[in-house]
Structure formats: structure tokens, C-alpha cells
Design a protein around this ligand. Sequence first.
Ligand code: ZN
Length: 203
Amino acid sequence: MKIICIGRNYTEHINELENEKPDDPVIFIKPDSSVLPKSHPFVIPEFSNEVHHEVEVIVKINKLGKYIQPKFAHKYYQEFGLGIDFTARDLQSKLKTKGLPWEKAKGFDGATLIGRQWFDKSDFDLNNLNFSLLKNNKIVQQGNTKLMLWKIDELIAYISQFFTLKIGDIIFTGTPSGVGKVEENDVLIGKIENQSVFKVNVK
Ligand code: ZN
């Protein structure tokens, strides 16, 4: 199973990190070893003093595919959920400045939170979906999928030009603005519309 992440898919988040708006989706991959085991707290790694939360809508691939056309992309997933792409921002910035790959900053153990709850896409409008992240009961990130630069179907089509999508692969579709540092004892709750999807403690 691989985890494919999209960077810079929401304009406001591009602005807050002072990144350039990309011509094509920015793609990176996290290893499956980065998935935070069920009910485990997120432990801030020793090598970072600035781990950020990035809450993202995620989709689960349920059909093998390559060179998928955008109009057929909807056939390759049925369920979506919510996750966090934890990012050691200090390390990522250092690597970005040097033009080096940023895997260490995003692919470390525990850096991928996959909410346990999955939803059927036929019950929702995936192009107008509200989601949010609460830190210690205060909303810190709020997004709506209608603000994505590339929609889920477009992302699947684009990704599949480079990587064969396999059953069980998960796509992180990018984070809205409001990313910020997590500290010990923080409690993070992710919501889709008004429903809690995950809760994680930071240690
Ligand atoms: Zn992300």
C-alpha cells in the first residue's frame, strides 16, 4: 500500500507558506511505515521542533488503474475519509532550501494519520464537502473541497500517469490554510461536516 500526497492544492495554503502556485499538482509519497497505528498517540519526533498538522480529505483506491481518464476516475474509489499529513516543517524548509527531497520531513514513523471512519461517496457531494481540524477544541483548519485547485478525479487521472494505482492505496488531497505547530498534550479532532472522524493525542 502506498500513500500518495498532493501538495499545494488550496490557494490560501500556498500563500501562507509563500510557495509558488504550481502548473501541475505537486506529488509526493509517504511509506506505509509512516501510518500511525490505531489508537496510538502521535509522538513528536526528536529531530524536529516544529511539527505541523495538515488535515486532508483522503480517498481509498479500490481498483487497479494506470493512465486513467478523468471521466473514468470516479470508478476507482468509493470511500473517502479524513487524515493528517504530519510535517516536520523545520526539516522540510531546510531540505527545500537545498533543493533536496523532503521525505524525511513527511515520511517518518507516525507521520500519517488515517481516520478510522470511511464514508461512501454516494452519500455526499465530494465537490462541496466541509472538513475541519480542532486543536484542543478550537478550530484551527477549516476547508471545503470546492476550493481545491485540482478535484479528486483530476488528481487520480494525473497521478495514474506516473504511478499505477493499486487497491488500498490512499490519496491525501492537500491541506487548506491554517497549518500549525502541534505541542505535547494537544488533542486533535478531525471532522467531516459535523461528524468526528478521528481523535488523536500528541505526546
Ligand atoms: Zn499535506
